[in-house]
Design a protein around this ligand. Structure first.
Ligand code: CDP
Ligand code: CDP
Length: 220
């Protein structure tokens, strides 16, 4: 599978990684992996089973046992569909806690690499270009100011009918950025071989174009 192209998009919360990655995957007819969903699902499964979010051994076991199916927009965990709560900040905060544990990351590594299938993969997360697919064809570090990211998340949650306050979201996003960048296991960082894409003043179309152009330059 090493010859199958991978576009890795990493960056902080609500920078637009998922939206941009999905659009690029559609344009190219590639598979798409939302790696953050795996950490969110693990947090969901842990809360369901009463596993503490710092019990590394139990969480790693749970991570290897999770049966996850992506069906379009819908995700199934152990045979049951997961609701919109997966996208809420409570779940994201839990995800960020379990994601700091080395054994959890190790348990999810092979699951993520399994998504590398012809004709190609577009994936987004924190360490897709650094740890999971270090040989990715194109690596993008997607970011935007924290204020803009909080506003984007606010709009997105409102559209789903979920309640939130921009000030709270800003605080949550900052706390998560801090935990994700300061941890020892695969910290969020702008690694040197990634192209920086700051979308503070760009819309989705412009960001998608940037990634597609970058890929055209790198593709064999
Ligand atoms: O995956 P990540 O958390 O990085 O972001 P997302 O879930 O894709 O959410 C970003 C939100 O901001 C979506 O509602 C997008 O439509 C919007 N947005 C964007 O993604 N990129 C821009 N350049 C502008 C807005
Ligand atoms: O959409 P958003 O960027 O807010 O979150 P996400 O991508 O769904 O990720 C949720 C949490 O999972 C992040 O805050 C990270 O702690 C963790 N994560 C990670 O550690 N590595 C990844 N490749 C993806 C997510």
């Amino acid at each position: 599978t090493q010859s199958v192209p991978v576009i890795a998009i990493d960056g902080p919360s609500a920078s637009g990684k998922g939206t941009v990655a999905q659009r690029v995957a559609n344009e190219l007819g590639f598979h798409y992996l939302d790696s953050g969903a795996l950490y969110r699902l693990l947090a969901t499964a842990a809360m369901r089973d009463g596993v503490a979010l710092d019990d590394e051994v139990a969480l790693a076991g749970l991570a290897s046992r999770m049966d996850i199916v992506f069906k379009g927009e819908q995700i199934w965990l152990d045979g049951a569909p997961v609701g919109d709560e997966l996208r809420g900040e409570a779940c994201a905060a839990g995800a960020s806690k379990v994601a700091a544990l080395h054994q959890v990351r190790a348990a999810l590594l092979a699951k993520q690499r399994d998504f590398r299938k012809a004709p190609g993969l577009v994936t987004d997360g924190r360490d897709m270009g650094s740890v999971v697919f270090p040989d990715a064809t194109l690596k993008i570090f997607l970011t935007a100011s924290a204020q803009i990211r909080a506003e984007r998340r606010y709009k997105q949650l409102k559209e789903k009918g979920m309640d939130a306050k921009i000030a709270d979201l800003l605080q949550d996003i900052r706390a998560r950025d801090e935990r994700d960048t300061q941890r020892s296991a695969a910290p969020l960082q702008q690694y040197p071989d990634a192209s920086l894409l700051d979308t503070t003043t760009l819309d989705v179309d412009q960001a998608v174009k940037f990634v597609l152009n970058g890929y055209q330059c790198k593709a064999p």
